[in-house]
Write a protein that binds this ligand. Structure first.
Ligand SMILES: [Zn+2]
Length: 184
């Protein structure tokens, strides 16, 4: 469940991939969904990876660019302003494009076939230079927003990322991003 202001962590069962968002970014996601009402919306995720590449840290969540198009069950993200935003992010903080986020109002946070086709395209696009793009989907109702993540590794079936609250509890006290044992 997505709680505004509470940090979010999602991980694949095998711990190969994960994503973390600070409470402030969770709050802006929830606010964007609230604003969208019963229409889909979305944007991009900006951030960086842990040294072992197993965890993506989101440092910015954009709202839908103004040239986006949307309906109740579809969303076509625009591009206006993103190039400049990414240039500034890279220059100022060495952060870069990590993937996309979507809002599926009143629906499950699972990717449509169109979503998956778009993410597979991004994974292979030289324009994005992002072979493992993440898709974060917020679904559910205002009373209960659920969330799931997917990693579209180039040429592979998507990995599903599940919410991992236990990890966050531990992360408060220790170093949360230990490299995996195989040193990858
Ligand atoms: Zn979608």
């Amino acid at each position: 469940m997505l709680i505004p202001g509470k940090e979010l962590c999602l991980r694949s069962v095998d711990n190969r991939f994960g994503i973390r968002l600070e409470g402030a970014h969770v709050a802006s996601l929830v606010a964007e969904c609230q604003k969208a009402g019963n229409q889909e919306t979305g944007g991009i995720l900006i951030g960086h990876y842990s040294r072992d590449h197993a965890m993506a840290f989101v440092t910015d969540v954009t709202s839908a660019p103004i040239d986006s198009k949307r309906g109740n069950t579809w969303f076509d993200r625009g591009v206006r302003g993103l190039k400049r935003k990414l240039q500034i992010s890279w220059r100022k903080a060495n952060t870069f494009y990590l993937g996309e986020w979507h809002f599926h109002p009143g629906a499950s946070p699972s990717p449509s076939s169109v979503d998956s086709a778009q993410m597979a395209e991004i994974a292979t696009s030289p324009h994005y230079a992002c072979p493992e793009p993440i898709l974060l989907i917020v679904g559910g109702t205002e009373a209960h927003r659920n969330v799931a993540g997917y990693v579209y590794e180039k040429g592979m079936q998507p990995y599903t990322l599940f919410q991992d609250d236990k990890f966050l509890e531990g992360g408060k006290h220790g170093e949360p991003s230990d490299p995996s044992p195989d040193g990858r």
